[in-house]
Design a protein around this ligand. Structure first.
Ligand SMILES: C[S@@+](CC[C@H](N)C(=O)[O-])C[C@H]1O[C@@H](n2cnc3c(N)ncnc32)[C@H](O)[C@@H]1O
Length: 329
């Protein structure tokens, strides 16, 4: 373990708690336990009996959470699983979290991962070009950079980085790797930045390429797309004691770039509709029933004060939706 203590500052903690409204005895899933900050806050708010299933794809992150929140692990209120939120249904079933009051996904990577040069996420320090959130997975960023075709690399940079110079950068990588494998973060960053005038106040020319590679290596968009519908199957849909809304499951997702936020937005909009037939279909033939009610018509963003204290929060967008009560259907 590189550091026992997490350096990660949780994003929008108050907003997450205000919307998830953890209550004593509730069951919650934190699909991205990370530094354990949100998990800890949910456990505190749901005392004395609330339970949390914490999942992370990074074993190192999970070790830190286990250490930080050992008391909750011991008393059975926190269950930690190394896994991918794309396998949420299976993990939830195996751990008995089959009907929950809240699910949180705080997407992407933590400061612990970003700031550790050995993980290869950042070009500001030299390190191996790795970028795997889950180090048990076989393909690293270096594998991709050194084996994908020029076209595949250009597609990755264009689709996941919205990089306008995608072809040019892919060509440069392919030419460079003929002379020797590209294995270091700074090597790749220098290659991408070569010949591009870097204007102060603008983002570093390698930023988009690094984002794109990270998304591709970890199949981030695919996993999110699989995870979202599976959350619907485990959100509680029964009211408690007939109280309006009480106990009904809520899902909260924090996205950090437009590609993932778009997936979350479209998913929630689709699941909040009673009919998803193509426009101008005279009578509904899809039989689709709304399973969600959107609680944030516009995504919530961090306050200026939060961004000042934690600049990494600046691009965060939080969307929350509530399961539709079965008795309302
Ligand atoms: C932004 S951090 C979460 C920080 C956390 N909410 C906190 O308060 O400390 C994102 C975490 O999600 C994990 N992660 C990313 N994709 C994942 C996936 N598909 N399945 C499970 N965990 C994932 C990363 O390893 C990282 O630890």
């Amino acid at each position: 373990m590189d550091s026992v203590h997490s350096q990660h500052i949780s994003v929008m903690p108050d907003e997450v708690l205000n919307y998830l409204q953890p209550s004593p005895g509730g069951h919650y899933i934190d699909g991205t336990a990370g530094g354990g900050g949100h998990t800890a806050a949910i456990l505190e708010r749901s005392a004395p009996e609330g339970r949390v299933l914490g999942i992370d794809t990074d074993e190192q992150a999970l070790d830190r959470v286990r250490e930080r929140l050992s008391e909750y692990v011991r008393n059975g209120r926190l269950v930690l699983v190394h896994g991918n939120f794309a396998d949420l249904t299976t993990i939830a079933r195996q751990t008995g979290f089959t009907s929950v009051q809240g699910v949180l996904l705080d997407l992407g990577f933590s400061s612990d991962q970003m700031d550790n040069p050995q993980r290869g996420f950042s070009f500001s320090a030299d390190g191996p070009l790795d970028m795997r959130l889950d180090r048990t997975r076989p393909v690293s960023a270096a594998d991709l950079v050194n084996s994908a075709s020029e076209q595949e690399l250009a597609d990755i940079f264009w689709r996941y980085g919205e990089e306008r110079r995608s072809r040019q950068i892919a060509r440069r990588i392919v030419n460079a790797r003929e002379k020797g494998a590209i294995t270091r973060t700074t090597q790749l960053a220098a290659l991408v930045a070569a010949g591009v005038p870097f204007k102060p106040g603008t983002i570093h020319p390698a930023t988009r390429v690094f984002q794109a590679l990270r998304i591709a290596v970890n199949q981030e968009l695919e996993q999110l797309t699989v995870a979202l519908p599976s959350i619907l199957d485990i959100l509680n849909t029964q009211t408690i004691n007939g109280m309006r809304g009480e106990g009904i499951g809520r899902m909260a997702v924090i996205a950090f770039h437009s590609l993932e936020d778009r997936i979350v937005k479209e998913f929630m909009r689709q699941e909040a509709k009673d009919c998803i037939c193509p426009p101008r279909t005279p009578v509904c033939i899809c039989g689709h029933k709304a399973r969600l009610r959107i609680l944030t018509p516009r995504p919530l963003t961090p306050t200026e004060q939060e961004v000042e204290q934690n600049p990494r929060a600046r691009s965060a967008k939080l969307r929350v939706a509530e399961a539709v009560a079965t008795d309302n259907r």
